[in-house]
Design a protein around this ligand. Structure first.
Ligand code: AMP
Length: 110
């Protein structure tokens, strides 16, 4: 089944794209929890990090490279990079993505 992020990748749903390459796309989160809230999404539709196969582990490097590039581009002094894995962790879209959050002082983890 096609996720909402797959539709964004195929341009079937509009989004604000900040970075895109062969492996990942970075968009502004529609419901930001901080002044900077970006989603770094793998183009391959993997439900969550728990299903990441060994042969796809390079995608984690692609995500961190994208995060570093965005931090540089947006001149971020600090940021939090996280992924929710499973409904009880707060995952709502089952297509692997990482939240890059910044733009304010970030309080402690839940
Ligand atoms: P998670 O709850 O970790 O699965 O994160 C899903 C994120 O996707 C949430 O922060 C939502 O606000 C965000 N989101 C859902 N639909 C869209 C959309 N159409 N464009 C941008 N962000 C979205």
């Amino acid at each position: 089944m096609s996720s909402i992020f797959a539709k964004i990748i195929r341009r079937e749903i509009p989004s604000e794209i900040l970075l895109e390459n062969e492996h990942v796309i970075a968009i502004k989160d529609i419901n930001p929890v901080a002044p900077i809230h970006i989603l770094i999404i793998t183009k391959k539709q993997i439900p969550s990090i728990q299903e990441l196969a060994d042969e796809d582990s390079f995608l984690l490097h692609e995500v961190t490279k994208a995060a570093k590039a965005l931090a540089k581009k947006l001149n971020l002094s600090h940021y939090r990079l996280l992924t929710n894995c499973g409904e009880d962790a707060g995952q709502t879209v089952f297509h692997l993505h990482f939240h890059l959050i910044s733009g304010r002082v970030l309080e402690g983890m839940a």
